[in-house]
Ligand binder design. Structure first.
Ligand code: KG4
Ligand code: ZN
Length: 346
């Protein structure tokens, strides 16, 4: 299949499949336009306070066929009309990736259509190239920022597939820090969206947390998370109702600090690379504090900021499909013997 020639003039229908963590997702794209974008969330992890890899792969196995069927049916497409299948090759949980890749490979083989492998982190940034009536796609080059539960990266993006990591977290990802701070406050996993909601009625200056000092464009979140846990534990010993009485303020204060850390690095990166165009991706791109700080920067300091539509922030298959489309247009097709990679780099 790797040496197959694609007819560029023909309309293409691409099935995107995403299974790198705990969401089983399938989408159908007609060229760069999304026809359907379906996700089966795995509620099973909530009672464990985090994703349990073995349970995630089992749930993917149960969900993948119905989710793909749903995506085809919403798009009103028969599987025989598909032009190619794009799937997440990594990074992610090995068992979860294997379910998506095995399904994608067998379906591509049975339909005799090309298979396209996709890097999940590239996809979080390239979701901005999905056809959108409200916004044109960003021009190259730009500074990409991926903020998710597993990664926090600053990326220099020269073209669709020329991406270079210029900064990263040295320990926890920003989403992980949201989730772990939420866990200590008794919030369900993933806690990011709940912290965001509660923070709206809290005072962001109620509690002070130190901004970690890290050289260059790298960030660190684990010290901040520990400072938060220590503050909660110390105060809860004195007052068992401390969390309950201060929940909104705790959420607003930690959220403001988590966001400040990455904004400070973004200011440095803009200067260093003399770039004004900022493109955000990943689950934490849904956060209202980060969206409002960046919108303010756009207004006051004339940053050119691209925030993804909400449906393309957390893990989804439309972003996998759009990368598939651009790879197909440039003849970058995958092979059956390509194995998944839990630590795939950009
Ligand atoms: O990109 P994503 O769906 O999965 C990974 O690739 O990791 O990101 C999931 C992360 C979780 O940590 C979740 O708490 C966080 O994104 N998240 C948020 C919000 N929505 C999702 N964090 C803060 N505010 C939000 N509104
Ligand atoms: Zn992700």
């Amino acid at each position: 299949m790797a040496d197959r020639q694609i007819d560029m003039k023909k309309t293409s229908y691409i099935l995107g499949i995403e299974s790198s963590c705990d969401d089983t997702a399938a989408a159908i794209l007609q060229d760069n336009q999304v026809l359907s974008n379906c996700i089966a969330n795995q509620k099973i992890h909530q009672s464990y306070g985090g994703v349990v890899p073995e349970l995630a792969s089992r749930a993917h196995q149960a969900n993948i066929v119905p989710v793909v069927q749903q995506a085809l049916s919403i798009a009103n497409i028969d599987k025989k009309e598909l032009s190619a299948i794009a799937y997440t090759r990594g990074p992610g949980l090995l068992g979860s990736l294997l379910v998506g890749s095995a399904f994608a490979k067998s379906l591509a083989l049975s339909l005799d259509i090309p298979l396209i492998e996709v890097n999940h982190m590239q996809a979080h940034l390239l979701c901005h190239f999905i056809k959108n009536e409200d916004e044109r796609p960003p021009e190259f080059p730009f500074l990409g920022v991926t903020l998710s539960g597993g990664h926090t990266q600053l990326v220099l993006v020269e073209s669709h597939f020329e991406m270079k990591e210029i900064g990263r977290t040295r320990d926890d990802a920003i989403g992980e820090a949201f989730d772990k701070c939420g866990k200590i406050m008794g919030l369900n996993y993933p806690a990011g969206p709940e912290i965001d909601r509660l923070a709206k009625v809290g005072d962001p200056n109620a509690f002070d947390f130190p901004i970690p000092k890290v050289d260059g464009l790298d960030v660190s979140y684990s010290g901040l998370k520990t400072a938060f846990i220590n503050l909660v534990n110390k105060n809860s010993m004195k007052n068992p109702n401390f969390i309950e009485e201060n929940l909104n303020d705790l959420c607003a204060s930690i959220q403001k600090t988590l966001v400040t850390v990455i904004i400070n690095k973004l200011i440095l990166a803009k200067k260093k690379y003399d770039l004004n165009r900022i493109v955000i991706g990943g689950g934490v791109a849904a956060n209202s504090e980060i969206r409002s700080v960046l919108s303010e920067k756009a207004k006051q300091d004339h940053w050119e900021v691209f925030l993804p539509p909400f449906q393309y922030t957390t893990d989804n298959a439309a972003m996998i499909g759009i990368v598939g489309y651009h790879k197909m247009m440039t003849q970058q097709l995958g092979t059956m013997n390509q194995s998944v990679s839990a630590r795939l780099s950009l």
